[in-house]
Ligand binder design. Structure first.
Ligand code: PGA
Length: 240
């Protein structure tokens, strides 16, 4: 894994945005795998700035997001569809018909997982996947446990993730208890992966990820199998 340590969140965000911009420039109709959460917000802001400066054209870009709460409606301001519109899609010339987020209103989670996998395949796979990392080492909502799943699936959130994400909701009880998430295979099949981490709270997860030992208890450790992964983190995440 290539590691880029930045001095702070702003530098991390700018570096990650540079990689996304290079991807879009090299392949204007690329498939971007996108992530939500606090970590990539600054990267999206940098991409919007580049677009506004006339440096980027998203008109042919396709996107697939990693995950979505379940159940949730797209107009809920905590849904990941809402997040993506708010932070990126509403501010650049991407065709929203080419943007995809798992359907938090699907009647059948398993069927939605199968539909989403077929969709990724029909797009020709993911060129560049952006990831955050949970304090518990999750990627997407592939949570630590005895088992990991290869493809997009409905999953229970762990108490640690519910607690971490409760900061965005009125109370911990309001956090959805389940999510639809790409699986480990959906992620590892991406041609290139960038994983971002900011802040000391992510330090333990980063240390485990870089340890070279793979365990389902730290799903991010499986990135060690992939030939083209770049960790972009700040000093606080790297040094603790
Ligand atoms: P965060 O979440 O960016 O909000 O810290 C990352 C994650 O849980 O993957």
């Amino acid at each position: 894994m290539k590691v880029i340590v930045c001095k702070d969140y702003a530098e991390m965000s700018a570096k990650a945005a540079d990689i996304v911009a290079a991807q879009v420039t090299l392949k204007p109709n690329c498939v971007l795998g996108l992530a939500t959460g606090s970590t990539p917000e600054g990267m999206y802001a940098c991409l919007v700035k580049k677009y506004e400066a006339g440096e980027l054209d998203f008109s042919a870009v396709r996107s697939v997001n990693l995950d979505e709460y379940y159940p949730i409606t797209p107009d809920n301001d905590q849904s990941y569809r809402y997040f993506m519109n708010y932070h990126l899609f509403d501010h650049v010339n991407i065709d929203k018909a080419n943007t995809n987020v798992p359907d938090g209103q699907a009647k059948d989670g398993a069927a939605e997982g199968a539909r989403y996998e077929a969709l990724i395949a029909s797009l020709g796979g993911i060129d560049l996947q952006i990831l955050g990392i949970g304090q518990n080492g999750h990627i997407g909502f592939n949570e630590p446990g005895e088992k990991l799943y290869p493809y997009t699936h409905l999953t229970d959130l762990t108490p640690s993730t519910i607690k971490a994400n409760s900061r965005f909701f009125a109370s911990e009880d309001d956090v959805p208890k389940q999510a639809l998430s790409m699986g480990m295979g959906s992620i590892l099949n991406a041609r290139k992966i960038v994983i971002m981490a900011s802040g000391a709270a992510k330090h333990d997860a980063i240390v485990k990820m870089l340890s070279g030992v793979m365990t389902t208890q730290t799903p991010a450790t499986f990135l060690a199998c992939h030939a083209d992964v770049t960790l972009i983190c700040d000093e606080a995440a790297y040094n603790g």
